[in-house]
Design a protein around this ligand. Structure first.
Ligand code: AMP
Length: 404
């Protein structure tokens, strides 16, 4: 896979698709600049190699959240909001083009000098962006001689600036940025040549969202710990009483198939033994801990219980490679956050003991950060959906476009 290290960048105009889709507060100030920080190694390398850097990104969903008169809410979704911070992170001069394509922008790109940055306006101001529009892609391609994709968070989308645009650059003039490369490398480390035993911890609300992941994982890992709301579909399918807990009845057969297939493959699946139940979906609800197979009718399971935490912890501490995707309970509410927090601690501990750990998926990443363990795990993915699809074995359009 070509990376920017394989390119001759001196005095070249380089169009880089980054993911600057950062959260902003009501005053349009950046509240978390992780995504910008993660793009810095690529941007700084390009600048140091003598390139003129043209950055494009989306910010939010301006097409879905239009003004009442049907126009784009430019004030809210303009990438101007990040210009100042970009200049301070890079130490470079940052110019801003108020349209991501067009004559004026082409002129700005042409005049851009080595060591300077031109940030383009939100690519999603054009409806063609999300449709992978050829015309928009051609116009973007006119801005530069080289195309680099470093936006892992949108690599699973075949959009104009993430995929279509790449077809207008010769193979020797396009490459992956460092962030994209490290995300792929870390997933491959788990999927293709992991140190064993490999443990996957999978949680979150729905089995339906994770079924493809589970099907893939049972083929490559040694243990799968299943927690979160999705575990109850498995428990009910096995004959347990799960009360009002989350359940997707239509996925019970598939859940049983996965259990049977895992058994054939010699992959151990660990389901919750006990559960923290509540009489309401609410942080102040009455709670109790019961056997997961015997949840009373009017109660619901909202976190894994202490015996399950201990069992999962043991499996995690015995691992040489760990993948974690999805919370063990409704961790947004303090009362039901213990399972997720304890798993975060176990993953951190196993990593300190020498295991390789990859955290993928927004909620597990949030849990790791909240526990202050972000520097105690091996790799934190920036792309929830993209990482999930890559782990499922799908070819991501953003990666395919570079390799074609
Ligand atoms: P996902 O986006 O599929 O990873 O799911 C994350 C969501 O699952 C979080 O918002 C959790 O609150 C929710 N979740 C986890 N466990 C449960 C549970 N036992 N019951 C209901 N929701 C849950």
């Amino acid at each position: 896979m070509r990376t920017i290290k394989d390119l001759d960048l001196n005095n070249k105009k380089v169009l880089v698709r980054v993911d600057f889709n950062v959260p902003l507060n009501a005053n349009y100030e950046i509240t978390d600049d992780t995504r910008m920080q993660k793009a810095m190694p690529t941007i700084k390398y390009l600048l140091s190699e003598g390139a003129a850097v043209i950055l494009c990104s989306h910010l939010g969903r301006p097409q879905k959240k239009k003004n009442e008169d049907g126009t784009i809410n430019v004030k809210k979704y303009t990438l101007k909001h990040v210009v100042e911070h970009l200049a301070s992170l890079t130490g470079a001069e940052v110019q801003f083009a108020s349209d991501c394509v067009g004559g004026e922008t082409e002129l700005m790109a042409e005049r851009l000098e080595a060591g300077q940055i031109l940030l383009l306006e939100n690519t999603r101001f054009y409806a063609g962006e999300s449709k992978g529009d050829l015309d928009l892609a051609i116009k973007l391609s006119r801005l530069a001689e080289i195309y680099v994709n470093d936006a892992f968070g949108t690599a699973h989308r075949a959009h104009a600036s993430t995929a279509t645009v790449a077809q207008y650059f010769k193979p020797e003039n396009k490459a992956l940025g460092f962030l994209m490369h490290s995300e792929i490398e870390s997933a491959d480390k788990l999927l293709k040549s992991p140190k064993r035993p490999v443990v996957a911890i999978v949680g979150g609300a729905k089995v339906s969202d994770k079924i493809k992941l589970l099907e893939k994982l049972i083929e490559v890992v040694n243990h799968v710990c299943i927690g979160g709301g999705m575990a109850y579909t498995f428990k009910k399918a096995l004959g347990g009483s799960i009360g009002q807990s989350l359940c997707e009845d239509e996925y019970m057969d598939l859940a049983l198939e996965i259990l049977a297939k895992a058994k054939d493959l010699g992959t151990e699946i660990h389901l919750p033994i006990d559960t923290l139940i509540a009489d309401d979906f609410n942080n102040e609800a009455n709670t109790d801990v019961v056997d997961t197979n015997h949840i009373p009718d009017d109660w619901q399971g909202l976190d894994i219980g202490p015996k399950t935490i201990e069992a999962f912890r043991k499996v995690v501490l015995g691992a040489q490679s760990i993948l974690w995707n999805g919370p063990m309970g409704v961790f947004e509410m303090e009362t039901f956050a213990k399972g997720t927090n304890q798993i975060a601690l176990a993953v951190g501990e196993a990593t300190q003991n020498g295991a390789y750990s990859l955290i993928g998926g927004g909620d597990s990443v949030a849990a790791i950060n909240k526990a202050g363990l972000s520097d105690k795990v091996s790799f934190i993915s920036t792309g929830g959906g993209a990482m999930l699809e890559y782990l499922e074995g799908k070819v991501l359009p953003g990666i395919k476009a570079i390799s074609e």
